[in-house]
Design a protein around this ligand. Structure first.
Ligand SMILES: Cc1cc2nc3c(=O)[nH]c(=O)nc-3n(C[C@H](O)[C@H](O)[C@H](O)COP(=O)(O)O)c2cc1C
Length: 306
């Protein structure tokens, strides 16, 4: 997939995941072969009114080949102002979140609530495209409670989006059921801009199934939690022999930016995900979940992984 000057090569992407796709996971994902990473979703309003709060979420690493910054909001003028905020200046693409199902976002008419208001969604895209010197893309779901993805995708294209990403579930579904690959294929056949397919890709089998929809790119979220090497596996490589080294690198990257006090709690979920492939590790997980320090957790992980 190519968008202007940007070459996305095999177009295998790490998904935006609030509270998960931190600068460490993104760096590792790219080192293992991801062709681009999305930032966690960033509030357009917060960027304008409280930039300090957003700043730490806009950190990127040089390993990220193409950087996509994702913003959310419901006010076309605020979204358009956010596009040219200095906090987003190092991103190559600006993505608009129109798929988040979280109640606190939807209640404000943001994220996937915009799928119920095509005209506001279109106004937001148009106002962002108008002021942006970079490609603007949109990530959305099937719809709020029914599949409107083809019409929504066409609206995105007509409003000036350079490409679109579909997580093939409705808002009401949350993460239940299966991603609807037929809907992704239908969307792909209905628009002239590139389509990225997203939902439930966790291994070669599910990846190949997603590719049969004809999509231009594939985005992986939960399948990369605790397994940033999934990108290498999908590109024909192997799982790294020394998993502990990967974990150590994740910690090292985050320690360059965040306080120990923040990381001790924040890293627990990543540590637990890194142990998911280890059989009979429930005792280890319990020890990590109650571990008082990062070094203590690392020692537990080193013992079990070496
Ligand atoms: C913890 C978590 C946080 C997420 N945060 C975002 C987000 O900030 N922006 C977004 O567009 N999607 C977000 N998503 C949705 C993912 O990008 C993706 O669409 C979804 O997980 C389906 O893909 P998967 O089956 O590969 O996980 C999030 C998902 C999870 C699990």
């Amino acid at each position: 997939m190519k968008i202007g000057e940007l070459d996305f090569y095999e177009s295998l992407f790490l998904a935006p995941m609030a509270g998960v796709s931190d600068v460490g996971l993104r760096q590792l994902a790219c080192e293992f072969g991801a062709d681009a990473c999305w930032s966690e979703m960033l509030s357009a309003r917060a960027m304008l009114h409280n930039p300090r709060k957003t700043e730490f979420m806009t950190l990127t690493s040089d390993a990220e080949k193409i950087k996509v910054g994702q913003i959310f909001g419901h006010e076309p003028d605020v979204m358009a102002k956010a596009i040219n905020n200095p906090l987003l200046s190092h991103y190559d693409v600006i993505d608009i979140n129109m798929g988040c199902p979280a109640p606190k976002i939807v209640k404000n008419g943001e994220g996937s609530a915009l799928m119920k208001d095509f005209s506001l969604a279109s106004e937001i895209i148009k106002s962002c495209v108008k002021v942006s010197t970079r490609p603007v893309s949109v990530k959305f779901r099937l719809g709020y409670d029914k599949d409107v993805s083809r019409d929504f995708g066409r609206m995105c294209e007509e409003s000036g989006a350079s490409f679109i990403t579909l997580h093939a579930r409705t808002t009401m579904q949350g993460y239940s059921g299966k991603a609807d690959l037929d809907a992704i294929a239908r969307l792909k056949a209905s628009v002239n801009i590139p389509v990225i397919g997203n939902g439930d890709v966790v291994d070669c089998e599910s990846y190949n199934r997603m590719r049969t929809t004809g999509v231009d790119g594939v985005m992986i979220g939960r399948g990369a939690q605790g397994r940033p090497w999934i990108f290498s596996i999908l590109k024909g490589g192997e799982k790294p022999k020394d998993i502990y080294k990967v974990i150590e690198m994740h910690v090292k990257i985050l320690r360059q930016h965040y306080s120990e006090e923040f990381l001790v709690l924040y890293l627990r979920k990543h540590f637990l995900w890194y142990t998911l492939d280890i059989p009979n590790a429930s005792g280890v997980r319990l020890r990590i979940a109650t571990s008082p320090s990062i070094d203590d957790s690392l020692k537990i992980l080193k013992d079990i992984l070496k």
